[in-house]
Design a protein around this ligand. Sequence first.
Ligand code: GRF
Length: 203
Amino acid sequence: HRLAILISGSGTNLQAIIAARDAGVLPVEIALVASNRPTAGGLQRAAAAGIATAVVDHREFATREDFDQALIQQIDRHQPDTVVLAGFMRILTAPFVRHYAGRLLNIHPSLLPRYPGLDTHRRALEAGDSEHGCSIHFVTDELDGGPLIARARVPVSANDTALSLSERVQQAEHWLYPRVLGWRASGRLRLDREGVSLDGQIV
Ligand code: GRF
């Protein structure tokens, strides 16, 4: 099962996926790590692991559509079975999302449908939530709104800051993403007209 992983930042989720692969618990080939930011720390992590990297710098394109088409070209050279958004901070256009329909996954740092968009940890604290977490979903052209696959919960404690809460959520992300990708790699996880299914059961 071939993965293309898209990042914009430090790539700790990428690192967790690489670690699971290296530990032999995630049977995937990471065919490509692509970033829209040339300085993304995750590019070094990928290079250190001997994984092919590509930079498609969004600032070099006049429109989102042009950027997305260039990204598609880079990705498709590597023929991925699943395209993994792991801290990729660009909104993707409908043609991009359609091109990878049913094989494009995202991780989001909240218990969706709560808190789509940015600043999720601060918003959870301000709402006084007693639990928070992360969600993995198939991507559609609704921002953070595609069909949910799995969520991991963490408790919120009274003295949490957005930073301390984000660290706890990231640990949950690093646990959850390799597991969900394992379901993909073994052909257990699908998206079709009826929705998300795991082992043929709608979830
Ligand atoms: C994660 O919290 C993810 O949920 C969000 O961006 C962050 C990426 O972190 N979309 P990293 O680059 O994997 O360290």
